[in-house]
Each structure stands twice: as structure tokens, then as C-alpha cells.
Design a protein around this ligand. Sequence first.
Ligand code: SAH
Length: 352
Amino acid sequence: MTALEEKLKARIAAEGPMGMDGWMAACLTDPEHGYYTTRDPLGAAGDFITAPEISQMFGEMIGLWLAQVWMDQGGPAPFVLAELGPGRGTLIADILRAAGKAPGFAEAAQVVLVETSPALKAVQAEALEGFAPRWVERVEQLPEGPLYLVANEFFDALPVRQFIRVEDGWHERCVGLEGEGFGFATRPVQAPELDYRLEDTAPGDLVETCTEAAKVVGEIGQRLAQHRAGVALIVDYGDVLSKGDTLQALRAHAPVGVLETPGEADLTAHVDFGALAAARGPAEAAPLTPQGVFLERLGITARAQALAGRLTGAALSEHIAAHRRLTHPEEMGRLFKCLALHPSNTATPPGF
Ligand code: SAH
């Protein structure tokens, strides 16, 4: 039995079954044994791969987009360039390389990374040598100032609760003890915040909520409105309304049971972009746009062609496959969505 399994069993024995949010938080970010706390899970040798790790084009497009928005807003200086959950630091490094071509951008940017994982902070420090990044653990700790923020595959790691519709209300899905291991259980709960879902669900349906995601977006929205400049780009998989069990565990690029190997597999849930947009407070939200459409509008195909000119053989095939993977509707192009938030006194950003 792993140390985390032991800890979780003791906790359930003492306190009773825990919600899926407690399970997810413990598995991913337990300060001693959490999945992210203890390792760098990204890449071919890890458990999963993300857009910036697939191709530099992803970060370049977003970097140029950020620089454009910043210039359109009059180039406020200094400003906070923030990333939530930067993984290996690849995205923010590509952003700085591309956006750095805009005069004054790099000098005005104060790079701040929101990260809880000591293992990943070390990897990020290496990727960002020369840019003097700072780290904070929560969005509320970001320094004051115009905020230009990106978050790719961050919100899917935030803990969700799961509710199963019964005739006149909801039961919460939780984790209890079963034989030698863990098993799913349910308990009746009062969930007035889900009243609006009684309209579009039937008994037996499952919906997910993410309180933490709403808090983070609320904080970002406040800051954007307060400084009357800035933008936030949230990229993740999901849709406008949560429906069905989307909690999944991934280990070595293959699905495993959500309760099988706590702390040893990545755990994610689809992002409810409707709930995110609703939590934005005083900021404006641009229309939700599929990743493939967003990247095409920013000119990824022209960039792909320019890069292709320098490649041959296997490197060229890989490059073509990466472009397809990021944009094609059957790959990441449609499942992944882009949500941009901006102050209401500023124009809708390009690409939306
Ligand atoms: N954005 C990166 C990595 C995505 S993996 C990429 O696209 O490649 C998720 C990232 O979020 C990791 O860096 C992980 O350590 C971080 N993370 C997960 N939960 C977090 C939390 N609650 N607070 C801050 N960072 C978190």
C-alpha cells in the first residue's frame, strides 16, 4: 500500500466517505504525496502531453496574440504576465520568445507563475532562465497591475464534485472503503446551487461542479476590471454545460480507474465553460471558440508552412502531424475551447 493510500484510508475511516473534490485534491496536490507534488508528469516518458509540448507553434501564436492585445490596449507598463499551472514552462517560454519581438513587451513584463508543485517549479526555473520569474501558489497572491494571463490545461486539474440527479434532488458521489480498497458511494445532499440544472437533467444524470474554478475566474475578472487593461486566455477541454461523468485518470498515456492508483495517475475533469464565464464578475467574456478555429484565425497555418520549409524526412512528418493535432476537429481542434476575458472598456481580442 502506498503512503497516500494509507493516509486516505485512515481519513475515510475517521470522517466517512469523501466527495470527489476531496479525492481529487488529495491525489493531485497532497503536500507530501500528491501526483503533481512529486513529479514532472508531462511528455512522452510521462503520463500525458499538452499543446505546448506538441509544438512550439502553440506558444508562438498565443505570444503574438498577447503582444497584439497589449499593444492594442496602449502597452501598459509595467504589467503582470501570469500563467496558471505552467507545467514544464514551455508555453510561457515560447510566449516570451514570440511576444518579445514587440518593442517594450519583455521589459515591461513581470513574469509570475501560479504553481503548487515543487518538482515543476524547478523545471520552470530552468526553462525561464534570464526572465526572473516569481512564483505564487494562488491567484489571489498575484501582484497588483494590469494582468495578462494564460492557463492551458490548468482548470481541468481543479477538484470537482459530482452529483447524481434523483427524482426531487441530488445525491453526491463520493469515495468510501470497499474490501481492501476504495469504492464509490453516494449520499443525499442539499444542493440549491444546482436548482437550475433540474430543468435540463433527468433522474440518473450526473453533473459536475467546480467551486475552485469559479473562485479563480472571479478573482481574475475583478483584477481585469479594476485595472481597465489586461486579458485572460483559458484553454482546456470541455463544453458550456457539464453533463455526465468526465472524471478520468491517465497513467503512461493510458486510462486507468479513478480509484485505482491514488497519487500515481493524473486525474482531470472536463471544464464547464458556461460556469467559468458566469463567474467572471465585472469582466467581459468573448464568445467561446474552439482551439482549432482560434489558432487558424491567428495564422497557425502560415507559421506551419514557414517552419516546414526548413524541415525534411521524419522531422517534417512530425511537424505536419503536430499542426493537425493542435487544430483538426477530430484531434484537439474541437474538444479544446478558448475562453478570453477582458475589461469591459477594451475591445474583444483578436481571434474571437
Ligand atoms: N499548462 C501546462 C501544464 C498543465 S498540467 C501545459 O500546458 O503543458 C497542470 C499544471 O497545473 C501543473 O503545472 C500542475 O502542477 C499545476 N496545478 C495543478 N493543480 C494546481 C493548483 N491547485 N494550484 C496551482 N497549480 C496547480
